[in-house]
Design a protein around this ligand. Structure first.
Ligand code: ZN
Length: 608
């Protein structure tokens, strides 16, 4: 495998897999290995395992696994090349190709430009003589700590405030324009994109500033909110505001609170909810969900009740379901957002709303039922029909069953005598609607599929054979014994193509008289098979009676091969038309029979 000019072996040697993994997984010592909760699937008991000696990791739950490059690929959602580059940069290894170097330089320059711009805006907020921006923030209740912590700023009411400041830092107008902070003038030259606006720096997951959001200060200014345009480093659909500050808190709190505006997020952080992040004018995307899923299992949506973002989230229920996320919705007072509630009614009032957040489906059904309050029976039945149409999109199962009863209870209200008839009415309506929809388990089509990198993460294939896995594991663990056994085996004895790859590499090492070690195999194996290799290498192998185990495992694989061959020959025999071909097939069949009985007599063992 190629590392784009980087020395993969050097990276492997110098990087400690535990250092790479531990920011993402809380690892505990378990023998000579470490284990923790898998960052790639939801689990309560740790099945994610790291072997520091071998430099490998594997999850026994979701079967993901590999070396440090694979881990970085999956956790950072980058390609193999990018993972290599990232690790090399982290280790301070010099880039090997001009293209790598150029990419790294461009990224660093982009971040440094934004860093300087953020400082300029922040400085302007404090020195601006009119102090309108600062007054605005204070009027909105934003504390000085938040102003400094989030590095809030002000873009002066001028055409070249930022351009001038950054030209002193060595950045040209053209560069600012490429970064989306300046706009080309018709007659040549550039002017500032952000003018007379309160500035909210937008950071990536690791805290690097990658864009800005600006809120208009003057009443007649349009648009009210202006963001940096998208660039290769800033994609709204992949960025969540305040994520860099919230990600640790999310793990501690066991949830992420999702709001829609900068000021909502700031108010929540000030109210002691540092696990809050904000979407930036887009619905939650598959990439957002993926980002959150790795840190927490519960999302609490605290959106304004008529927001488009909430409507989109309700439509995208399946996206959350697939990610295994428990999504709750806060019932916000009519026309209020989290910022209003916290500032007007106090922190406690908001905390209560958050704690009372209902599961998404329940929230949606309740909202529909509320429409029938105080209405007559006919209106009530119409509303129940609407609620059932939401239920009809839920796949048949425990959850739907639960909500059938729940809905009937709510709709029947205080009269238990109505409950029975209501429940059968709900069921009848449900089966009518699911029949019309073409089956209860049909997926909703208005759900956006998981986008981008999330989709690259295909599930590892289930292992085709236990024996063959254990056998490869024993070869890796006891390389010195591999030499005596591999000669008996053929590539085709392994049911899985990745196992075949690993076997080929082991056989090659034996043939060249080189030691069989996990490292040596890793260096040669196809990148696609690295996950399997890690799984195999972390398989528990008995340390005693290995020889016995190897012997019997090899015998079972060979026996399976001979049986396959016998079946094949018998089929050929049945189809053979000439005497000659029948004869040669029979000869081969008797040879297979001889090999099988030799195998049964164990004489075959130890010959290789
Ligand atoms: Zn897992």
């Amino acid at each position: 495998m190629s590392g784009g000019g980087w020395d993969l072996e050097e990276i492997r040697r110098r990087a400690d897999i535990v250092d790479i993994v531990s920011p993402h997984v809380r690892l505990r010592k378990a023998g000579r290995r470490l284990s923790g909760l898998c960052p790639f699937h939801q689990e309560r008991t740790p099945s994610f395992t790291v072997d520091p000696e071998k430099g490998l990791w594997h999850c026994f739950g979701c079967k993901a696994g590999g070396d440090l490059f694979r881990f970085v690929e999956m956790i950072e959602k980058v390609t193999f090349q990018e993972a290599v580059e990232l690790l090399a940069n982290r280790l301070g290894l010099p880039p090997r190709t001009p293209a790598d170097a150029a990419r790294t330089r461009a990224r660093e320059r982009f971040l440094s430009l934004h860093e300087q711009a953020a400082r300029f805006f922040h400085g302007s907020l404090k020195t601006e003589p009119q102090r309108a921006a600062l007054k605005y923030l204070r009027r909105r209740g934003v504390s000085d700590d938040s102003i400094d912590g989030f590095l809030l700023g002000y873009a002066p009411d001028a055409w070249d405030g930022l351009l001038n400041a950054l030209s002193k830092g060595g950045f040209s107008g053209k560069e600012l324009s490429r970064a989306g902070l300046a706009v080309p003038r018709d007659g040549g030259g550039f002017y500032d994109r952000f003018r007379n606006r309160v500035i909210f720096p937008i950071r990536d997951a690791t805290g690097g500033t990658i864009a800005f959001g600006g809120r208009a200060l003057a009443d007649d200014q349009q648009p009210k909110y202006l963001n940096s345009p998208e660039t290769p480093l800033f994609r709204k659909g992949q960025t969540l505001w305040a994520f860099d500050r919230a990600r640790r808190a999310m793990a501690d709190a066991g949830r992420a609170i999702v709001v829609e505006g900068y000021l909502d997020a700031i108010a929540c952080h000030e109210a002691g909810l540092p696990e809050t992040i904000a979407t930036m004018g887009t619905a939650l995307t598959g990439d957002h969900v993926e980002l959150l899923r790795r840190r927490t299992e519960r999302l609490v949506l605290a959106f304004d009740s008529d927001s488009a973002g909430l409507a989109a989230a309700l439509r995208g229920r399946e996206l959350f379901q697939r990610a295994g996320l428990d999504v709750r919705v806060v019932t916000m007072p009519e026309g209020m957002d989290p910022d209003n509630v916290i500032r007007d009614r106090g922190r406690e009032a908001f905390l209560q709303l958050v704690e009372a957040a209902a599961p998404m489906l329940e929230w949606e059904l309740s909202r529909i039922l509320a429409r029938a309050e105080g209405e007559g029976r006919r209106e009530k039945m119409e509303v129940v029909r609407q609620a059932v149409s939401v239920l009809a999109k839920v796949p048949a199962g425990v959850e739907r069953e639960y909500y059938v009863t729940w809905l009937a209870q709510k709709a029947a209200g205080d009269s238990p005598s109505h409950l029975r008839s209501m429940e059968s009415a709900v069921r009848e309506e449900l089966s009518r609607q699911t029949a019309r929809r073409g089956g209860p388990t049909r997926r909703t089509e208005d759900t956006p599929p998981g986008q981008g990198p999330a989709e690259r993460q295909r599930p590892a294939r289930p292992l085709a054979g236990r024996v063959s896995t254990s056998l490869l594991a024993a070869f890796l663990e006891h390389g010195e014994m591999a030499a005596r056994h591999v000669g008996m085996l053929q590539r085709g004895d392994f049911p899985d193509p990745h196992q075949q790859d690993v076997f080929d590499v082991i056989a090659g090492l034996v043939q060249r008289n080189e030691p069989v070690t996990p490292k040596a195999v890793l260096a040669e194996v196809d990148p696609e098979a690295r996950g399997l290799l890690a799984q195999v290498a972390l398989e528990e192998v008995p340390n005693e009676r290995v020889e016995e185990f190897l012997t019997s495992a090899v015998r079972r694989l060979v026996e399976a091969r001979l049986q396959r061959r016998r079946r094949q020959l018998q089929e050929q025999l049945a189809a053979a038309d000439s005497q000659d071909s029948q004869e040669s097939i029979r000869r081969e069949l008797s040879e297979v029979a001889r090999q099988r009985s030799a195998l049964a007599g164990e004489r075959i063992v130890g010959k290789g």
